[in-house]
Design a binder for this molecule. Structure first.
Ligand code: PLP
Length: 413
């Protein structure tokens, strides 16, 4: 199976090749060159339309060109874009207080990318450990999960067990303990007197939408409280509506000590990330001890505030839950027919393709030829994360394309 880039796709083909020849090859994009987009639909430079079933890895939860978000961004662009945190701007108070309220926490520390928010959470947990818990100076450790994805900094890839992410980038920062994801006994065994926190995704997105066993998050919450360690939930991909609730942790009714947020917080317009926690935790940072030139800038706060207000209505969460039922039913019908297994939560799915019918990449290329854009992860899994604003009919059509691709491929064998 290969994608059809026909003669009518001439500009796409030329721009694609030029881009590939002048960029580091740290990605392997599908051979499509997008020019504009609206809602769940993207259009390439040759006028071909594609349904977006990736949504910028969940950064575009509210779709492309959301009118309210665009209006907010345009208005803010005309007024003020950057002050640095040396001065306070007029969007800052509302963003921090309303995001804090959405999370049920006292304080917000805004950053830009997800990886920066994760680094921030690591620094905060360590400092809390030394100053509040009283762990041995420079001996703090943090428990993390196998199959994790928390970003691409040298510290973060140091505790990744994905060889592509990890190998060749050492030496790495010490102080992380890897345990199997979803294994509460292993977390418990890894905690000692110098453990300051547990850093985990409530659902592993990049790992292939891997769900922990039922009760794991609740157990983790209880364990962290009992052992006096902080739980930082990396909700960068799972949070902000994707799973049918505001946070993936909400599915077990648990509240982590630190929420680590990003992706959709910037509305698909600007990078906006944040760590959100109570005063006794984020309060350990004093002036000069952490920062970011662009973190919490006026444009980011204006857009982020609009995102928070949209989430406060619960409308997008409900839509994700509703459409998620349809998506799950249709995907489960494919199991045994080119699909080995399906995991879903809300409008988020990991679809394990039967290796006998092709790789995840090949299935994505065949989908592209039918006007559907999705992304494989870890060889044989396709992650589906449509914009939450997708029309039900469009989603059904996109899933029909997947069904036909996997059926067609399994018939050939
Ligand atoms: C994407 C992601 C990150 C990293 O975010 P960037 O903005 O790419 O740095 C961290 N954690 C999780 C769970 C993610 O999905």
């Amino acid at each position: 199976m290969t994608a059809v880039v026909s003669g009518t796709q001439q500009r796409s083909s030329e721009l694609f090749q030029r881009a590939e020849s002048r960029t580091a090859r740290n990605y392997k994009p599908l051979p499509v060159v997008i020019e504009h987009a609206e809602g769940a639909w993207m259009t390439d430079v040759d006028g071909t339309r594609y349904l977006d079933l990736l949504a910028g890895y969940s950064a575009l939860n509210f779709g492309h060109g959301h009118p309210g978000l665009l209006r907010t961004a345009h208005e803010q662009l005309d007024k003020l874009t950057l002050t640095s945190r040396a001065f306070v701007h007029d969007q800052f108070a509302d963003f921090c207080s309303e995001l804090g309220d959405l999370c049920g926490k006292d304080l917000v520390l805004p950053m830009n990318t997800g990886a920066e928010a994760v680094e921030t959470a690591i620094k905060v947990m360590r400092k809390w450990g030394y100053e509040i818990k009283g762990v041995t100076p420079n001996e703090a450790n943090i428990v993390v999960a196998g199959g994790n994805f928390h970003g691409r900094t040298t510290t973060i890839v140091g505790f990744s067990d994905d060889p592509d992410a990890h190998n060749g980038f050492g030496p790495f920062a010490p102080g992380f303990r890897l345990v199997p994801f979803g294994d509460l006994d292993a977390v418990s065994a890894a905690i000692d007197e110098n453990t300051v926190g547990v850093l985990m995704e409530p659902i592993q997105g990049e790992g292939g939408v891997v769900l922990p066993p039922d009760g794991f998050l609740e157990g983790l919450r209880r364990l962290c409280t009992e052992r006096n360690v902080l739980w930082a939930a990396d909700e960068i991909q799972a949070g902000l509506g994707r799973t049918g609730k505001t946070f993936a942790c909400d599915h077990e009714g648990v509240v982590p000590d630190l929420y680590v947020l990003g992706k959709a917080l910037g509305g698909g317009i600007v990078p906006v990330s944040a760590v959100v926690a109570d005063r006794e935790i984020l309060g350990v940072l004093r002036p000069g001890q952490h920062g970011s030139t662009f973190g919490g800038n006026p444009l980011a706060c204006a857009v982020g505030l609009e995102v928070v207000r949209m989430l406060a209505t619960n409308q997008h969460q409900e839509r994700a839950a509703e459409l998620g039922v349809m998506m799950r039913e249709r995907l489960e019908a494919l199991v045994g027919n080119g699909v080995v297994a399906v995991r879903t939560r809300g409008l988020w799915a990991g679809v394990d393709i039967d290796p006998a019918i092709g790789t995840g990449r090949e299935i994505c290329e065949a989908l592209m030829a039918r006007g559907v854009l999705a992304k494989d992860t870890h060889g044989s899994t396709i992650r589906l994360a449509p914009p939450l604003v997708i029309e039900a009919d469009d989603l059904a059509w996109g899933l029909d394309q997947l069904a036909e691709v996997v059926h067609g491929a399994s018939d050939q064998d």
